[in-house]
Design a protein around this ligand. Sequence first.
Ligand SMILES: NC(=O)C1=CN([C@@H]2O[C@H](COP(=O)(O)OP(=O)(O)OC[C@H]3O[C@@H](n4cnc5c(N)ncnc54)[C@H](O)[C@@H]3O)[C@@H](O)[C@H]2O)C=CC1
Ligand SMILES: CC(C)CC(=O)C(=O)O
Ligand SMILES: [Mg+2]
Length: 357
Amino acid sequence: MNKKIAVLSGDGIGPEVIAQAIKVLDAVAQKFNHTFEYTNALAGAIAIDKTGNPMPDETLQVCLEADAILFGAIGDPKFDNDPNAKVRPEQGLLKIRKEMGLFCNIRPVTTYDSLISKSPLKEERIKGADLVVYRELTGGIYFGEKGRKNDGVVAFDNCEYSVEEIERISKLAFEAAQTRRKKLTLVDKANVLETSRLWRDVVKKMAPSYADVEVDFLFVDNAAMQMIVKPTQFDVILTENMFGDIISDEASVITGSLGLLASASIGAKTAMFEPCHGSYPQAAGKNIANPAATILSAAMMLDYFKLFEEANLVREAVQDSIDKGLSTVDVNPENPQSTSAVGDLIAAYIAKAAVTV
Ligand SMILES: NC(=O)C1=CN([C@@H]2O[C@H](COP(=O)(O)OP(=O)(O)OC[C@H]3O[C@@H](n4cnc5c(N)ncnc54)[C@H](O)[C@@H]3O)[C@@H](O)[C@H]2O)C=CC1
Ligand SMILES: CC(C)CC(=O)C(=O)O
Ligand SMILES: [Mg+2]
């Protein structure tokens, strides 16, 4: 199979973790006789520095022409620490999500047996947790009109959702639930927010078409607590943009590290595969960041290409490195491996695997 992949490494640890994912994809290509053709393009703070634009038109063009996008992370403290910055790296990420119509962000949260005992959470509570967050990605408060008024002393961020925006992601979440444990939880704040009440209306109206799926509703504050106390109760979580952003970072604690949480962003045009974490600037250039989230995002990209055996082999290789304690410092502080060593180990596992092509 021949696939064109747009690679947007971005900022901070982005280039380091992306380099490991490419190493792993190259091992897959070699093993299974595929050709993955990579085109690098600028995004984020590095793109602002070079072009003044966090998501240049050339980058969007490269993405439109690709079969998939592999995204690292964007963000830089020099912008985070400047409340008056005119342009920000994060605007580039929002722009590509909107331009590619990537309305559905899928964030699987699983546990690794070998990490459960090390978790800050109680073992009996998280053992067997296996959930997936369906996060709406191109609407809500992140995309509403924002600004200052009354001579700058009042700030506002509007939150809007349409029935159509809610229906299209809800359909995907219901379908996912049908292939899993047949439970869908809508996380919202319908006791306060009108947008949340529209989400509930739409989901309730759709539910009879998915009669095999049990639907329940949780307010987001309660859901944040339940996530830590009893994550095994969740199967598919469906939620809007900001709640999904927050609750999935929280859920990464169940897995073991934010550095393990992968995601796929799908929608109208080229799909994008991106770790859930950010540019983790404190680790940039130190070769200590966990590359697993990006490697597992690449595995989700292989699934999207319908290369299921390849994707499963990548997941098996990641699991093997974790089980053997060959992980970065976030997961194995006693005997940490470097970012590049973890990438090498996972690629080597794939190269050695006995598969018949
Ligand atoms: N998708 C993206 O590109 C995102 C970008 N950002 C941006 O990233 C910058 C830093 O934001 P933060 O709030 O610090 O979030 P972050 O996700 O970069 O890091 C938060 C914490 O998570 C852990 N962590 C994250 N990635 C890790 C990895 N690969 N391996 C091991 N541990 C890891 C670290 O303890 C880190 O301090 C900001 O500029 C922010 O706007 C934040 C979230 C998502
Ligand atoms: C940086 C934001 C735009 C996004 C974010 O935190 C995320 O998608 O997880
Ligand atoms: Mg986030």
